[in-house]
Design a protein around this ligand. Structure first.
Ligand code: AMP
Length: 117
């Protein structure tokens, strides 16, 4: 993808394509994953396209990363029982397909074996 081309998440943030949005602030948006791997499967996405993955976000804006984690906790409480798994696929060989940092929040009916989303 060229750097001028918008990612799918930027298009969701811009309301160019629909999503089931469950939470939004000035800096973060959260919506249901289109291919859920758990009863509750939310993507928590910083709105800035500046960081491709969680390693870049941690280095560049640790406070925003803390906001992503706090949002995951909030949504796990609101939408499930407060217990959740947080997954950041980082790099194509780890399964990352969208290079705009995002957290997978998995909750509800998790089994021990479902480590990967
Ligand atoms: P990753 O593979 O970690 O980069 O995660 C990308 C995630 O985005 C996958 O779990 C996809 O199912 C999800 N996804 C892709 N397109 C959409 C969309 N239009 N709305 C919601 N989730 C999406």
């Amino acid at each position: 993808m060229s750097s001028t081309e918008k990612s799918i998440f930027e298009r969701i943030i811009a309301r160019e394509i629909p999503a089931d949005i469950v939470h939004e602030t000035d800096t973060i948006i959260a919506f249901r994953d289109i291919a859920p791997a758990a009863p509750v499967h939310i993507l928590v996405v910083p709105k800035t396209p500046r960081y491709r993955d969680v390693a870049e976000l941690a280095a560049g804006d640790p406070a925003l990363l803390a906001d992503v984690v706090a949002t995951a906790h909030l949504l796990a409480n609101e939408l499930s029982d407060g217990h959740f798994r947080l997954v950041f696929n980082t790099g194509a060989n780890a399964g990352q397909t969208v290079f705009h940092v995002h957290a997978h929040v998995l909750a509800g009916g998790l089994t021990e074996g479902s480590l990967a989303h």
